[in-house]
Design a protein around this ligand. Structure first.
Ligand code: ADP
Ligand code: MG
Length: 678
């Protein structure tokens, strides 16, 4: 098979390959490939009216042209019209272009004039030779997003052809467009591809234009339709009814040293009702750090057990799993339940024993890490899978736990608040309960920004707090590019603090410690044998030590907003006034400065998440790139009103006009719908 690699190479660069790179396959794809901006070729500007820096079209005659060699090889053509003259300069050119620019040729050129060396000039104008009196186009010329090797002229031709071929029928049910004040589909896309010349370009490029609004709406609608379609599919599947008998849950509630907050009460009711349904629950419990998600999860797990099933809780780190284990064991063992513990660090014998008891159904409540989803772990009758800090797991891992039970219900928990619009768009197949209230008696955390130069004062502050019986976290600088370097820095920070604070007991915890060592340090901190815990971001999620009232974050400027918020949430859990000190080093980049400002001014997790979204963009925010969700091209998820309208229309359409919904999805997603099912 000679030349096969060559042939492959070639196909990688064919027109089709370039078009595919832009996602252009069907006529509908072309129709929805909308201009970035426009150029006005409907008018001819006289050369004397050329304005520097403003692109315009001129009609000229070539006076002469030559190849000049100074400062480097280039093609220069002098042109004129009745009002003035101009030089065209080409630093790269083809022989065919040189030939076209012969003296006497009449040209239409488009470009921005500048004052050059030899008077006014245009560098690399677009031009074509005028043979007869070619008519001027009667609409503005669209400029499309493109890729290397694919010219605007080709794209325009293909799009124009598709606009004629593709059937631009309306996919919105009658009356919906009028009610929402949106133009029809055909009119909107025709307008955007070929706008009339009297339209001001600034207005055209404004995404508030009704035609753009229509396209944005349609895009959001396609997303909603696609996600919502998964919903009835899930409801059609079966799951065990886990009806509440209120025996175990009532015992837990009676034994707790606190009462549920109103928000916890509501969330629990929502979950309890879902679990009693004969189809699988898929619910996200969202609540800021410290809002008390664990007890809600415990109640849900007890409902599963009451109904004769098992429940499992998976956490992303050993530290967190262990903490959940301790807390749940303390709550549940007194009411007579066995709580099992399964992580990678267990001795083989203990692990085998735990797996055997889970398989036999002897243990009803299981807490663990990724170890829970290993192949050899089998549950006798898993009824509920709880995943804590769900954003820390990949999609596949999240599903894996649920699939340990043939028809298990799933509860995901997250302390990274996802703005409502994002949650609605990306998780349309997920019901959401929100804990929007913190347990009473919390004192808000005071945040301070302190320059690195004043580190000594911060150390003195730690000393004072610990002498007064409180405890402190000291978070080491984040070094993303090297774990080894990160470890080294953590050890140095530890050594330095130990030297600065000889009368305090200081511990160090980081990701490289063996699980047992980590657990030993953590339990020493919980029992106040250690007063200052030096830590890398392993403590970011979930750690709960109410006596710790001071948190120092070194090089806070390197952390992301969500991370800072999570870290800060480790303090302010008891009754003492708590403080979070953000040590930062200059110079501060613009983004770092913006992040520190947000975290300094705001403690509301949802507000912080919104800012995070604004600073980073939705793709980064939600890990959508990894999950394969197509990002929106025209619409903006923060456009809450439009998202809400799309959602409502999607619901109506799936119920009343399924054939329109199918046509709409086909137009927008073609065969790519499977990507949305993550
Ligand atoms: P998170 O939502 O961050 O996971 P936790 O479940 O760890 O929060 O709860 C934080 C702390 O608040 C824990 O010590 C927990 O026992 C306590 N807590 C939870 N609910 C209440 C409540 N209603 N009243 C008082 N304290 C509560
Ligand atoms: Mg938690």
């Amino acid at each position: 098979m000679p030349c096969s690699s060559l042939a492959e190479n070639k196909t990688g660069n064919t027109l089709a390959a370039r078009l595919a790179r832009l996602g252009l396959r069907t006529d509908a794809d072309y129709v929805l490939h909308l201009p970035l901006r426009y150029e006005d070729e409907t008018r001819i500007t006289a050369l004397e009216d050329a304005q520097p820096g403003i692109a315009a079209q001129f009609e000229v005659e070539v006076v002469d042209s030559e190849i000049a060699y100074r400062p480097r090889r280039q093609l220069l053509a002098r042109v004129r019209d009745a009002t003035g003259a101009l030089t065209l300069r080409f630093l790269n050119f083809y022989p065919s272009q040189q030939k076209a620019l012969q003296a006497g040729a009449r040209l239409r050129i488009f470009g921005e004039a500048h004052d050059g060396y030899l008077g006014p000039e245009i560098i690399h104008p677009r031009f074509h030779v005028l043979l007869d009196d070619a008519p001027l186009p009667d609409c503005l010329t669209p400029v499309y997003p493109t890729t290397a090797g694919l010219g605007q002229a080709t794209l325009r031709r293909l799009i124009e052809r598709a606009l004629q071929r593709e059937d631009l029928t309306e996919t919105l049910p009658a009356g919906v467009g009028e009610r929402l004040g949106l133009p029809g589909f055909a009119a909107a896309v025709r307008f955007l591809h070929t706008p009339p010349p009297e339209m001001a370009q600034a207005a055209l490029e404004s995404r508030q234009l009704p035609a753009w609004r229509r396209v944005q709406f349609d895009e959001l609608l396609a997303q909603q339709l696609s996600l919502r379609r998964a919903y009835p599919a899930r409801r059609a599947r079966g799951a065990p009814r886990l009806a509440p008998s209120l025996t175990l849950t009532a015992s837990l509630l009676a034994s707790l040293p606190f009462r549920l907050t109103g928000a916890q009460q509501r969330a629990w009711q929502e979950i309890a009702a879902d679990l009693a349904q004969p189809h699988p629950m898929q619910r996200l419990l969202q609540g800021d750090v410290g809002s008390g998600k664990t007890v809600v999860a415990a109640l849900a797990m007890l409902q599963a057990v009451e109904a004769g099933h098992q429940a499992a809780l998976m956490a992303p780190t050993e530290i967190l799993a262990e903490q959940h284990y301790r807390k749940l064991a303390a709550w549940l063992q007194p009411i007579g339940l066995e709580v099992a513990w399964l992580t990678g660090s267990l001795k083989k014998r203990d692990k085998d024993a735990a797996i055997a008891r889970i398989g036999a159904g002897a243990t009803t409540i299981v807490i663990g890490t990724h170890a829970l989803i290993e192949d050899r772990v089998e549950f006798a009758r898993l009824g509920l899978a709880v995943v804590d800090e769900q954003h820390r797991f990949g999609v596949r891992q999240r599903l894996a736990l649920k699939e340990k039970g043939q028809f298990a219900h799933q509860l995901a928990m997250s302390a990274t608040p996802i703005p409502r619009t994002l949650a609605m768009s990306y998780y349309a197949d997920l019901d959401v309960s929100v804990l929007d209230e913190l347990p009473p008696g919390r004192t808000p955390v005071t945040t301070k920004l302190v320059a690195e130069a004043r580190r000594d004062q911060v150390v003195a502050r730690v000393h004072e707090a610990c002498r007064g019986g409180r405890q402190a976290y000291w978070v080491c600088p984040l070094i993303e590019e090297s774990e080894t370097l990160q470890l080294k820095t953590a050890e140095e920070t530890y050594a330095r603090l130990a030297a600065d604070l000889p009368d305090l007991r200081i511990g160090l915890v980081h990701g490289r410690l063996k699980a047992a060592e980590k657990a030993a340090v953590m339990s020493a901190f919980v029992s106040n044998e250690i007063q200052v815990l030096v830590a890398t971001t392993v403590i970011e999620v979930g750690v709960d030590v109410p006596n710790a009232s001071l948190m120092v974050i070194e090089h806070a400027e390197r952390f992301g907003l969500a991370q800072l918020h999570q870290l800060r949430g480790r303090v302010g859990r008891g009754t003492a006034q708590s403080t979070c000190i953000l040590l930062y080093a200059r110079p501060l980049g613009e983004l770092a400065r913006a992040r520190l400002k947000v975290i300094f001014e705001t403690t509301d997790g949802f507000e912080i998440a919104r800012e995070d979204l604004r600073l980073r963009g939705p793709g980064e925010f939600i890990g959508a790139r990894q999950s394969g969700l197509p990002l929106l091209r025209y619409a903006d998820l923060e456009d809450a009103a439009l998202v809400e309208q799309a959602r409502a229309v999607a619901e109506d359409m799936l119920r009343d006009a399924p054939e329109l919904a199918a046509a709409h999805l086909k137009r927008w997603l073609g065969g790519r719908e499977e990507l949305l099912k993550a």
